[in-house]
Write a protein that binds this ligand. Structure first.
Ligand SMILES: Nc1ncnc2c1ncn2[C@@H]1O[C@H](COP(=O)(O)OP(=O)(O)O)[C@@H](O)[C@H]1O
Ligand SMILES: [Mg+2]
Length: 638
């Protein structure tokens, strides 16, 4: 029998699967997304109405790509009727349609909006939170709130859950959570997590609405199921009563547990859904055998027994290359030189990606690319010089160099928090216009700045004047002085619980970067240039080398991948090793790091370059524990 559209037997089995639940388990590059797309086309060809199909992707971008692929298989006008998107976008759509008043709600789609709301919760006027500094704590609090909502735990339910083992800390968190929700409701705001939990609750409390959608969605198809959270899973259970739930995933690629994803939901899917058909795809069509074998070695020795194996279908290509460099800048130089060589051989820039575990790692690569004049795009985040903490510190440096730099002053006057907010700044601005002086002069001269509530203004002036006196220091020393005088790091790191934050590394990296410049002006000029260079619309990646974290690369593929920083403490991340070696042993977190490494490697189609460093931030650093596994028998790093 002729197979459909060049699919293999198992793929075809999945595409043509009839009624009942089905779980496709497969390694990277085995055509999971392809199968899901083809299946939708097949359903439509077999007479299923597009509006009866609900297809869920992990990102908006993936939904867009899937739509484009589908438009080649079925009529465009039919595609329009599909329910296709992320869980969030689909829930949002349903909520808008079904709940009166929902249209008046404002979505907090900017980080700054959530921050402002959390500021109100934690702000100094709230006695409960004395000692809590919203500027540093808000992120931890927001991710706590998000985590609970993704487990479908409203404040009441959370309180019940903790009441047995109640600690001061838990109670404080509960109060914060409750207040955040109250304030949000009062102001008719919703955050992203609300879309899931609200939709879930609407269905739970309105059986007739639920029934309508249960009848509408005859077929559910979900990609990247290994990163599903509890709220999403419960929605699938509610909506999937017609039992035609088709999920595809790879437990080797579950890397979002910090956002509430639960790998068990995928692993146990077959058990939870009676008569579920399990199909395992074992052929990798993306990468060369060398790359596939390397990824198998890595994932095969972990603590976990993953289902299925991966065999490569492509012809063999170049051996993956592992190089050990001295430091991040040498590594970046090596990577960029290779980019140059490949490009001169005809490899387009956009077909090359540099992947890393930590955002701070992008700095050296960006600098090296700029130096060679190679265009690049940082996906899913900011370029190094566009990150908040970097811009804050450089704001001080700019002001130290030029006391008339009003823009720099505006940026940092209240960073760290000095209670010199908008009102203060407006008065300063007025004064400066009226008297034709800089903002800095205005702060010194304006009578209002001497009011008691603005007593911190004097402190600010003293810091800036001191920095100004020392502005001919070497660039890295001047930055260190800024950090010392402003106590910026202490201010940011007062909350040690926020382990995911990378500001510390970024600021250390800033000093490393500055050391390479002789004078501060040329460093500042470089930073401005680099900030602009990294910006760009993510759709416009043509002709640009792609830079991104491994997390952001999930689901994508590139001809050439450079996976950098294979070092202990970077990949695996230092938090996971601390856990594994300290009192609380959480092998799962090292295992998740192994999966992250696996995701990185398996993005490569034909060329894979791995590298490690001897020094990181001027300190010696070990090779990644994963290198040995990647090599197999061979000799690590020569
Ligand atoms: N049967 C097949 N024959 C040829 N190429 C395939 C086949 N199945 C998948 N591919 C290709 O392999 C690559 C990976 O497919 P994709 O669906 O993205 O995999 P996954 O979602 O499992 O990571 C894509 O370039 C896809 O077009
Ligand atoms: Mg995929």
């Amino acid at each position: 029998m002729l197979l459909l559209n060049g699919l293999n037997k198992e793929q075809e089995l999945a595409v043509l699967h009839g009624l009942g639940p089905c779980c496709v388990v497969a390694g990277a590059g085995s055509g999971k997304t392809k199968v899901l797309t083809e299946r939708i086309a097949q359903l439509i060809k077999n007479g299923v109405a597009a509006q009866q199909i609900l297809a869920v992707t992990f990102t908006k971008k993936a939904a867009k790509e899937m739509k484009e692929r589908l438009e080649k298989l079925v009529l465009r006008s039919t595609c329009k009727n599909l329910w296709m998107g992320t869980f969030h976008s689909i829930c949002f759509f349903i909520l808008k349609k079904e709940s009166p008043n929902f249209d008046q709600m404002v979505v907090m789609d900017k980080e700054s909006m959530k921050k402002r709301l959390m500021q109100q919760v934690l702000g100094p006027s709230t006695p409960t939170y004395d000692g809590m500094d919203w500027e540093t704590d808000y992120k931890t609090c927001l991710s706590f709130v998000s985590y609970q909502k993704n487990r479908l735990l409203r404040p009441d339910a959370y309180k019940k859950k903790i009441s047995l083992l109640e600690s001061e800390d838990d109670l404080l968190k509960w109060k914060m959570y409750q207040k955040y929700e109250d304030l949000k409701d009062e102001n008719q705001l919703i955050d992203f997590d609300d879309m899931l939990i609200r939709c879930y609750e609407m269905f739970r409390d309105n059986p007739e609405i639920l029934r309508k959608y249960q009848q509408t969605f005859k077929y559910l198809l979900i990609d990247e199921f290994q990163d599903t959270n509890v709220a999403q899973y419960e929605l699938v259970k509610m909506l999937g009563v017609q039992n035609n739930v088709f999920v595809v995933g790879d437990e080797r690629q579950s890397i979002y547990s910090f956002r509430g994803a639960k790998i068990e939901l995928f692993i146990n899917f077959k058990k939870e859904w009676p008569n579920c058909k399990e199909i395992i795809l074992e052929t990798n069509y993306r990468s060369t055998p060398n790359i596939v074998e390397m990824s198998n070695r890595l994932i095969g020795v972990g603590a976990f027994n993953y289902r299925g194996i991966c065999k490569a279908a492509c012809e063999n290509g170049a051996e993956p290359i592992i190089t050990c460099y001295g430091c991040a800048d040498e590594e970046a130089f090596g990577v960029v030189s290779e980019v140059d060589v490949l490009h001169s051989q005809g490899v387009p820039y956009e077909d090359m990606a540099v992947l890393y575990r930590l955002n701070a790692q992008s700095r050296a690569v960006e600098d090296a690319l700029i130096k060679r004049g190679i265009p690049y795009l940082v996906t899913g985040g900011f370029g190094f010089y566009g990150r908040k903490e970097v811009k804050d510190i450089l704001g001080y440096v700019r002001l130290a160099v030029n006391l008339n730099d009003d823009e720099a002053l505006t940026r940092i006057i209240n960073t760290p928090t000095r209670y010199l907010g908008k009102v203060f700044l407006r008065t300063i601005e007025d004064y400066s216009i009226r008297n034709e002086v800089s903002f800095f002069e205005a702060i010194k001269k304006c009578p209002m700045a001497r009011e008691r509530k603005y007593r911190k203004a004097k402190e600010f002036v003293e810091i800036v004047e001191k920095l100004h006196r020392y502005n001919d220091l070497e660039p890295d020393k001047l930055i260190r002085l800024v950090l010392k005088e402003t106590k910026y790091l202490e201010w940011l790191s007062r909350d040690e619980k926020d382990k995911d934050s990378e500001y510390g590394e970024n600021l250390q990296m800033l000093q490393v970067a500055a050391k390479r410049f002789d004078d501060i002006d040329s460093f500042l000029e470089h930073a401005s240039f680099a900030e602009k260079a990294a910006k760009g619309s993510e759709d416009k990646f043509k002709g640009k080398v792609r830079l991104m974290t491994i997390h952001a690369s999930k689901g994508l593929e590139f001809g050439t991948v450079f996976l950098i920083g294979l070092n202990q403490g970077i990949l695996p991340h230092k938090n996971s090793i601390e856990y594994a070696m300290g009192h609380i042993v959480i092998p799962n977190s090292v295992e998740e790091e192994r999966r992250i490494c696996y995701v990185g490697i398996t993005r490569a189609k034909t060329r894979l370059y791995l590298s490690s460093m001897e020094y990181w931030m001027d300190k010696e650093i070990d090779d990644s524990m994963f290198l040995e596994d990647l090599y197999g028998e061979g000799e690590p790093c020569g």
